[in-house]
Ligand binder design. Structure first.
Ligand code: FAD
Length: 533
């Protein structure tokens, strides 16, 4: 291949970027370059599931974003981790494998995006997947994303399941099968106790392809757009500047924060905003960086009458045993995802499509990733699945190294406030169930003093944090939608040879965790790019 011209240049080697790197380089005639701002994924904590406690909030693997003070969170600024390493956020995430609901994709299609219905997307979920339980009409076994069952159980977790069943939530062993509704154990993107990131699943197996080049520590600064065509990419590495040319396409896979920032730096965005920073306007797309939304988690913490992981982790002998268990059998706490048990249900009894999701953990801390409490605690965190509040991203300067300002605008709409308050009541109902009251000694958070709807909402504003699912900032939509950034083939409106393929293209967030949907989006995009669909 010619040293500085490639058929395809992929910006960002994260969840979506690694999928595309694999698929686009399948044809040995196509040269493919991946530019990743982070390093190679050699840190061993990346590959041990519970290692997210070491890689999240760690500048060696995480961009370590903080939001602007958010009015919806009583003006608190919260941490927004994003993976900065090969594999991207799939290298540091909580490993939960959740596809969302059928209606999510049908709604995307109905918003003017042909080809994105659930019927269209299911084959891509199946194509991605290597399912431990075997293949069936919803699951695949030939894919590169390994999916397996949880390798840790605790009595108090099983009581949580029984408690949920007691209040009428059905049991569900497969949130990604016929129906999402119910309570049960999550599956995770891991295999035999090791994380399966997009880098491990998709990139490593093809790293010897001579037509695929991966450059790390390469911060892409700008897409060069000549006469409405993306012709080249400028990046910097070790204080040196490089330009590489794309003969077919540039594909931006930099994630929901960085993809819109890169478009803006390249002159694609709201012209007034770009002119504030003297960025020459290449194309007027006011939707770039808008439509930002995320899942906000509200954690309830309970003090228990039985020992929880808090006690195991604080006890040096147990801690050693946990390590030995993992290294001998790859099971136990070190193999666990960020949550073990999930619930998808309605925030009120008459709601028949789940609008809230729970993440249960047999441990507790002041904030995810911080040290555990010095009492026997558990956490039940709840999130509204389809928030209607929208925030945005705004440049601070034209310097690609300057972080963009993140305005999440959580809990801005009345609908979000009502659902969040009702969700917290469901949390309480489970904790007060017969099954759980044998274990729960005290509700530490929110606490007995928090009772009225106003108090619950204020508590949510004081404690709410991201559950790490920002999406929507380069939303897919038809040209008739002035806020759409990409069309249904993920091409940037008005620019040739340029696509965005990552979580930023979701017009509306999926009803669940966003990693599995991003894998499927990238598989579908690969087919569109090479002309298979
Ligand atoms: C801490 C955490 C926990 C999570 N837990 C879960 C979970 O349990 N289950 C789940 O389903 N989802 C989870 N998610 C969300 C999920 O991982 C993301 O939605 C998904 O990985 C997004 O994929 P992406 O391809 O859009 O972006 P990413 O995977 O973030 O990839 C973007 C890549 O682009 C690179 N990049 C950015 N800018 C540039 C630039 N200018 N030049 C070069 N490279 C650049 C980044 O370094 C990164 O590698 C979690 C996320 C985080 C951060």
């Amino acid at each position: 291949m010619h040293a500085d011209t490639f058929d395809y240049i992929i910006v960002g080697g994260g969840t979506a970027g690694c999928v595309l790197a694999n698929r686009l380089s399948e044809n040995s005639k196509h040269s493919v370059l991946v530019l990743e701002a982070g390093k190679r994924d050699t840190n061993q904590w990346i590959h041990i599931p519970v290692g997210y406690f070491k890689t999240m909030h760690n500048p060696a693997t995480d961009w370590c974003y903080n939001t602007e003070p958010d009015p919806g969170l009583n003006n608190r600024s919260v941490k927004w981790p994003r993976g900065k390493v090969l594999g991207g956020s799939s290298s540091i995430n909580g490993l939960l494998y959740v596809r969302g609901q059928k209606e999510d994709y049908d709604d995307w299609e109905n918003a003017g995006n042909p080809g994105w219905s659930y019927e269209n997307m299911l084959p891509y979920f199946i194509k991605c997947e290597h399912q431990e339980r075997g293949a069936d009409e919803y699951h695949g076994q030939n894919g590169m994303l390994k999916v397996s069952d949880m390798r840790i159980r605790r009595e108090v977790g099983d009581a949580f399941i029984k408690g949920a069943e007691e209040i009428g939530i059905p049991h569900n062993d497969d949130f990604n099968g016929a129906t999402q509704e119910g309570v049960g154990y999550y599956q995770l993107t891991a295999w035999k106790g090791r994380r399966c990131s997009s880098s491990v699943g998709y990139l490593k197996p093809v790293s010897n392809r001579s037509n695929l080049k991966v450059v790390t520590k390469a911060l892409t600064c700008r897409i060069v757009i000549d006469e409405n065509r993306a012709s080249a990419v400028e990046y910097e590495q070790d204080d040196r500047n490089f330009t590489v040319r794309a003969s077919r396409e540039v594909i931006i896979c930099a994630g929901a924060i960085n993809s819109p920032q890169l478009l803006m730096l390249s002159g694609v965005g709201n012209p007034d905003h770009l002119r504030e920073f003297q960025i020459p306007v290449k194309h007027n797309l006011p939707g770039v960086g808008e439509n930002l939304h995320d899942h906000l988690q509200i954690r309830s913490v309970y003090r228990c009458s039985v020992k929880t992981l808090n006690d195991e982790i604080r006890n040096p002998i147990y801690k050693m045993l946990i390590g030995m268990q993992y290294f001998a059998f790859r099971t136990g706490p070190m193999s666990m995802a960020a949550s073990q048990i999930g619930i998808f249900t309605g925030s009120l009894p008459h709601i028949n499509r789940p609008d809230i999701q729970f993440h249960f953990q047999p441990l507790s801390s002041d904030s995810p990733g911080q040290g555990v409490h010095n009492y026997s605690g558990i956490t039940s965190s709840v999130t509204q699945l389809r928030p209607t509040s929208r925030g945005n991203l705004q440049l601070r300067s034209a310097n690609p190294r300057d972080y963009i300002a993140i305005h999440p605008n959580y809990l801005a709409t009345e609908e979000d406030q009502v659902i969040t308050v009702n969700a917290m009541k469901v949390s309480r109902a489970i904790a007060n169930s017969k099954a759980m009251s044998q274990y729960v000694e005290e509700e530490v958070l929110p606490g007995d003093q928090v009772q009225t709807d106003e108090e619950l909402l204020d508590f949510a504003r004081n404690i709410g944090e991201t559950i790490y699912h920002p999406v929507g900032t380069c939303k897919m939509g038809p040209v008739s939608d002035p806020m759409a950034v990409v069309d249904s083939t993920l091409r940037v409106h008005g620019i040739n040879g340029l696509r965005v393929v990552d979580a930023s293209i979701m017009p509306v967030i999926t009803s669940g965790n966003t990693n599995a949907p991003t894998f499927a989006i990238a598989e579908k995009a690969a087919d569109m790019i090479i002309g298979k669909s």
